[in-house]
Design a binder for this molecule. Sequence first.
Ligand SMILES: Cc1cc2nc3c(=O)[nH]c(=O)nc-3n(C[C@H](O)[C@H](O)[C@H](O)COP(=O)(O)OP(=O)(O)OC[C@H]3O[C@@H](n4cnc5c(N)ncnc54)[C@H](O)[C@@H]3O)c2cc1C
Length: 380
Amino acid sequence: MKKFDVAIAGGGVIGGAIALELARAGLSVAVFDRQQPGQEASWASAGIISPAPESPSMIVTVPLAKASVSLYPEFVAQVEEISGKSVGFRPKGTLEALFSHDTKAELSTIIALHHGLGLRAEPLRAEDARELEPALSEEVEAAVLRPDEGSVDNRALTGAILEAAQRSGAEIFSENGAKAIRREGNRCAGLILQNEKVEAKWTIIAAGCFSAMIEGIAPYAPVRPAKGQMAALRADDLKMERVLWSEKIYLVPRNDGRILVGATVEYAGFDNVSSTAGGITKILSAAIELAPGLANARIEETWAGLRPDSPDHLPILGPTDVDGLLLATGHFRSGILLTPITARLVREWITEQRVSVDWDRFSPLRFQAAATDAARHAPA
Ligand SMILES: Cc1cc2nc3c(=O)[nH]c(=O)nc-3n(C[C@H](O)[C@H](O)[C@H](O)COP(=O)(O)OP(=O)(O)OC[C@H]3O[C@@H](n4cnc5c(N)ncnc54)[C@H](O)[C@@H]3O)c2cc1C
């Protein structure tokens, strides 16, 4: 039987980054993926790095997100150096455009919310916003500049992380997915793969939205897929430096001149992962509303992917009540943002039995507690 210090199920950006951190810490690490690694959500993503919460329920993730943003430059430098590959990191800020007629009130609410969370955000008049980003529509009434945000080319990043992990000593096994965890009493002793078993002191489940399909994992990670449709455009005469947002859409410029447009959020199961006429029409018309010059852009690619969503939309991170079993999934719309901090915290837990950012709120045990509470309060 193959034997490692750490066995990781899932070779997306999360499993790959954890493998890199742990291999660099001197542990023997193996990543098992059911297909070629890096081809799921981590490939389909937009790669925006923004700790600003998308809804009030996401505010609890801000400390984690801020810690990840501050790790990003060092993380990227390390991945690029070890892999020898560029990951298209663009820490150039993001700009949110406001279209409403009551922008004064909206602006002050947004700015106060950000400042209250310790996030930098600057109000901009429409003309100043258009001076920074000439592609913006004439209809924009005001904007918010968030200078600490940015983007990374998630496909390049995932590939480079996997390469760096291998160069640091991690072994990566493709087409060899996990069927179940190997239980020995209250201990997890590794993974049961399609045709073999592996032994490990630590087992980490990082199989994205597929994590609950691994036998023994559903109680800790009741994740489901949230489909997102995207398009890549090319408009040679359009200048765009920063990620642009409106209420409906985001636009993400890449170093190669492409502009990514995204994304829908649909609950359509596991099988329906193709682009649809309705989905692409919706994102392209919102893109043209935000930057009208895109009407003449060429469509270079359309695709869809499955985000790992959890019942409360928060990540699922940390140890379980089975010794040696950890979860790192449920990153939903923020997995690229949260990659450096996820890898850091898992490494700290395994090598130092402590973490530098509180992760209790994201415990994999919270779903069992919720189920027990619901049963206790159910009518007799
Ligand atoms: C359209 C879209 C846009 C997004 N935009 C952003 C963004 O702008 N910013 C951001 O931060 N996040 C964004 N996200 C979210 C982000 O991409 C995800 O949260 C992140 O990629 C999750 O990474 P992961 O490694 O957990 O999962 P995945 O990348 O899905 O990787 C899971 C891996 O596990 C493997 N696997 C599955 N089953 C098994 C098994 N049984 N055994 C072994 N391996 C298995 C899969 O083959 C896959 O390689 C977006 C996602 C989508 C789809």
